[in-house]
Ligand binder design. Structure first.
Ligand code: FE
Length: 236
């Protein structure tokens, strides 16, 4: 199913717009099952449900009523989506830093490069955009929250917030400064707007001081935020 958010009833990702996005579950996900409650949503009963919450619940109810999925299958799928972390994306970045040929393949086709490492990046194309000394990349979904979830986990709340979605396009340098990331004026800043059909991840620059590190240690430097582009990896 293509629920309009990874989270079901009670999630604060409202969608007044109706732009027909087929959200992040193309490769095997679904909205949260009817009645599914997240422990981090204590105020879930306090807010009136939005159109999309009701639709998510209705579609989930129907799928179960018609025997297409069981409640347990739906729950297990959502559990695995909720458990995704930025680790897979970080492995890709670390390998790209160490292996220029792999980096070339990753820039050509992230999903195929991920498969080389045994990582399922899903069926929606993901494009890696490479930071260089002359270019910094930032990703956003101006419409909602499209995001390469299978590689870098669930998007943070600020990524879904209207302020980030609008300001990342309008004043990206100011937004980056608020994240503590200062990009010199001489460096071009490119903002990529993710869609239902194409997601982006940033391939950050390998930081100074990491020259002697192996792949695992390098991967540990690669954070979620650095793959969104609001920060850059650093050697602690
Ligand atoms: Fe979106």
């Amino acid at each position: 199913m293509s629920a309009h958010d990874s989270h079901g009833p009670g999630h604060d990702h409202d969608h007044e717009h109706d732009h027909g996005h087929d959200h992040d579950h193309g490769a095997g996900g679904g909205g949260h099952p009817p009645g599914h409650r997240h422990p981090h949503q204590p105020d879930i009963e306090d807010r009136p449900p939005t159109h999309y919450m009701l639709m998510t619940q209705a579609v989930g109810d129907l799928l179960i009523a018609k025997g297409i999925v069981t409640a347990d299958e739906l729950r297990r799928t959502l559990e695995s989506i909720d458990a995704t972390s930025p680790a897979a994306g970080a492995r890709l970045v670390a390998r790209a830093w160490l292996d220029p040929a792999f980096k070339g393949r990753m820039l050509a086709d992230v999903n195929a490069a991920a498969a080389e490492l045994g990582i399922d990046a899903g069926g929606i194309p993901i494009r890696a955009v490479e930071n260089t000394p002359a270019l910094h990349n930032l990703i956003v979904c101006t419409l909602c929250s499209c995001y390469p979830r299978l590689l870098i986990g669930l998007p943070p709340d600020w990524y879904k917030a209207r302020a980030y979605r609008s300001r990342a396009i309008r004043e990206p340098r100011a937004v980056l400064r608020e994240f503590g990331t200062s990009i010199p004026d001489a460096v071009e800043l490119r903002v990529h707007d993710s869609t239902a059909d194409l997601r982006y991840m940033v391939l950050p620059m390998r930081p100074a001081g990491s020259e002697s590190m192996g792949e695992g240690e390098l991967a540990s430097l690669v954070t979620r935020d650095s793959m969104i582009g609001v920060s850059v990896p650093r050697v602690a």
